[in-house]
Design a protein around this ligand. Structure first.
Ligand code: NUP
Length: 209
């Protein structure tokens, strides 16, 4: 079953809860990121996790020890998974996976950012990132819906690893991404619309997920 994941990048905790409750029946998981957690506090993750499983998109990108602390904070605050940058290399990837395992959590590694800048440096190494993420024990990958030809390559290299794709909606990613992805991440296209529940429902229909 392919998933629809809400990227809840609003900056008010109560607003986040309100949107999460409204869209709950149409989305599979909720992804939080710095804008919400830095504004509302880390406790928002536990509250949201009572509605849907929470992915902590902290794009962890530090030395192994510091990265392990960040991952631990995410899991201790009810995250079911964390996102780590793939370019950090094997040692950090392994350390984050080790912490995740303690909590029965999952780790997704960013291959190349969906934004245009993702092509400047990351595209050149993203297939290598796939290999390192797989070796380190990452459960899945984040890959762009904005560059379908890259996504196709990443899927080929990833085998049966889970792939989550951001970019559909505000970043003009292609809905063709759904062919290669296990989950589609949408933020502004849902939460910034007049009717988030209706938008999420429509997206499911358009994406046939
Ligand atoms: O490559 C990535 N692109 C991306 O947009 C990796 C990500 N984690 N994201 C995140 O997905 C981004 O930080 C935001 O939280 C979400 C996309 O939101 P939107 O562009 O649909 O509003």
């Amino acid at each position: 079953m392919k998933q629809l994941i809400l990227a809840l990048d609003v900056m008010d905790g109560e607003k986040a809860m309100e949107i999460a409750k409204k869209v709950a029946e149409h989305v599979d998981r909720i992804k939080v990121n710095y804008p919400l957690v830095l504004s509302a506090g880390v406790g928002i993750m536990k509250r949201l996790s009572e509605i849907k499983p929470v992915i902590a998109d902290f794009k962890i990108a530090d030395v192994p020890y510091t990265s392990s602390l960040i991952a631990r904070i995410a899991f201790e605050n009810s995250a079911e998974s964390v996102i780590v940058h793939g370019f950090v290399g094997s040692d950090t990837l392994r350390e984050v996976c080790r912490v995740a395992e303690e909590f029965g959590g999952k780790v997704y590694a960013v291959t190349e950012l969906s934004s245009p800048g993702g092509e400047e440096f990351m595209s050149a190494v993203s297939l290598k990132i796939v290999e390192k993420a797989k070796e380190a024990g990452c459960h899945g990958l984040i890959a762009p819906s904005t560059r379908i030809e890259r996504l196709r390559e990443i899927r080929k290299a990833a085998g049966d690893m889970e792939i989550l794709c951001p970019g559909i909606g505000a970043q003009k990613g292609s809905i063709e991404a759904v062919k290669y992805a296990d989950g589609i991440i949408v933020g502004r296209g849902i939460y910034a619309s007049g009717n988030p529940a209706e938008e999420a429902r429509k997206l499911r229909r358009v994406l046939k997920i």
